[in-house]
Design a protein around this ligand. Structure first.
Ligand SMILES: Cc1cc2nc3c(=O)[nH]c(=O)nc-3n(C[C@H](O)[C@H](O)[C@H](O)COP(=O)(O)OP(=O)(O)OC[C@H]3O[C@@H](n4cnc5c(N)ncnc54)[C@H](O)[C@@H]3O)c2cc1C
Length: 398
């Protein structure tokens, strides 16, 4: 493995103006990292990656590299781009195993982080490294957000999140699990208890419905709920997944791997309009998932999905034992409906300034709850800016 990675690293041309770096949303210093790795300075390389992106070990596995670093790589113009993702993963995993974070915290600089997804973790690590006393509040029993409860194990091994949690604890970050803010405890309670600033990184967890008849039937599920714990579902032999984004691909591939014999994806448009990344579609097809294109669902019935065939202009029944709906997610409103002064837009996403300040003083937000469903690296990019803004705000309080 390591030999292969060294060969891969040696393929890097060390460009003077590295396009891979500018193709990365968090500006990862790829040349420098590869150089350090080839010189045997893996610890230093890991430190650089972690300081730039506390979720480097995750991004190395789940980023859409073909649109970012690898898509911009000069070597890729005439052949295969340098596979920086696998080099980054090796280095960052090594660093996570060996790092010994030593942060000192000041009890009068308390900041509350709501949500332990990529946005919350990024803010927590950056502020803890600057001496803040951080508490993360997480509604679930484990940290990670979508990394834990959305992206399937075969794409992202969850032991990485357990390791990350141990490191957060070693950094002195407190984590309150199974604690939904906006219910028993509110944002006002957090300010009452001495937190100088509150960060909201609660993501988008409310599945969007199709708005057609039959969605409440017993054999119909929403993808975001299914992916939380696929093993508790009995889907039968034939599954129809409605929608063609990355979430639909994850749900379909997970069901196929959990023993559903025939998994199909129903999509109202053609292949060119599919919103999932090309390689995710290819991998789903390689897992045996069938694409049923140009078919608009009209109604879900006990026997399957009634649909309109947009090519042949006829209505038909697609037989299925169960149906999974994967047509995007929006934010839940536990916090904004129980807190005065946090404005949202028409989709329920939190309104913020460019540096993440909401319409309520001392409350900041980033990640999917601000941008709508995006990517892990995008949540990290925005959260780095917001961490600086929170730091500046708390310092201004004196
Ligand atoms: C199935 C699926 C697959 C994906 N695959 C990829 C991929 O391969 N690559 C990629 O880059 N992106 C992927 N994404 C998108 C990516 O996971 C998200 O953009 C990213 O996780 C957003 O991070 P976040 O921190 O804003 O929110 P989240 O990850 O959603 O985390 C929010 C956290 O807040 C917690 N929370 C919510 N409300 C409260 C509350 N009131 N009190 C306390 N805690 C609360 C939640 O439990 C959760 O832990 C995928 C998304 C899905 C749904």
């Amino acid at each position: 493995m390591q030999k292969h990675l060294v060969e891969e690293a040696n393929r890097c041309l060390q460009c003077k103006k590295p396009r891979c770096q500018s193709g990365c949303p968090v500006d990862t210093p790829i040349n420098e990292v590869i150089n350090m790795f080839l010189k045997g300075n893996i610890q230093e390389a890991g430190e650089l990656l972690f300081a730039n992106n506390p979720l480097s070990v995750i991004c190395s596995l789940v980023c859409p590299h073909e649109k970012q670093c690898e898509g911009s790589c000069v070597v890729g113009k005439k052949g295969t781009p340098v596979n920086f993702g696998s080099i980054e993963h090796h280095i960052s995993n090594y660093y996570l195993d060996t790092m010994k974070p030593k942060f000192t915290k000041s009890p009068d600089k308390k900041v509350a982080i709501i949500g332990s997804g990529p946005a919350g973790i990024t803010i927590a690590v950056i502020l803890a490294s600057r001496g803040y006393d951080i508490t993360i509040f997480e509604a679930h029993e484990r940290i990670g957000g979508i990394l834990r409860y959305g992206i399937p194990e075969f794409r992202l091994p969850k032991d990485l999140l357990d390791k990350l949690k141990d490191k957060l604890l070693e950094m002195g970050i407190k984590i309150r699990l199974n604690t939904l803010i906006g219910h028993v405890l509110t944002v006002d309670d957090l300010f009452r208890d001495g937190y100088k600033a509150v960060f909201v990184g609660t993501g988008v967890w409310r599945p969007k419905a199709l708005g057609i008849k039959g969605e409440s039937l017993g054999h119909v599920h929403f993808a975001i709920n299914y992916l939380k714990n696929p093993s508790v579902y009995q889907l039968g032999d034939r599954l129809c997944v409605i929608g063609a984004g990355n979430v639909a691909m994850d749900a379909a591939r997970t069901a196929a791997r959990n023993g559903v014999k025939e998994v199909s994806i129903m999509y109202r448009k053609g292949r060119d309009a599919i919103s999932a990344d090309k390689h995710e579609v290819e991998l789903a097809e390689a897992d045996g998932v069938k694409l049923e294109l140009n078919k608009s669902p009209l109604e879900i019935v006990d026997e399957g999905v009634l649909y309109h065939d947009n090519i042949e202009s006829v209505d038909r029944l697609f037989k299925a034992d169960s149906v999974i709906i994967a047509v995007s997610q929006g934010p839940r409103d536990y916090i904004v409906s129980n807190t005065k002064g946090i404005d949202v837009d028409e989709r329920g996403l939190i309104n913020t300034t460019e540096s993440g300040l909401t319409t309520r003083e001392g409350v900041f937000a980033s990640g999917d709850v601000v941008t709508g469903a995006k990517t892990v690296v995008e949540a990290v990019r925005l959260s780095k800016i917001v961490a600086d803004a929170i730091d500046e705000y708390v310092q201004s309080l004196g």
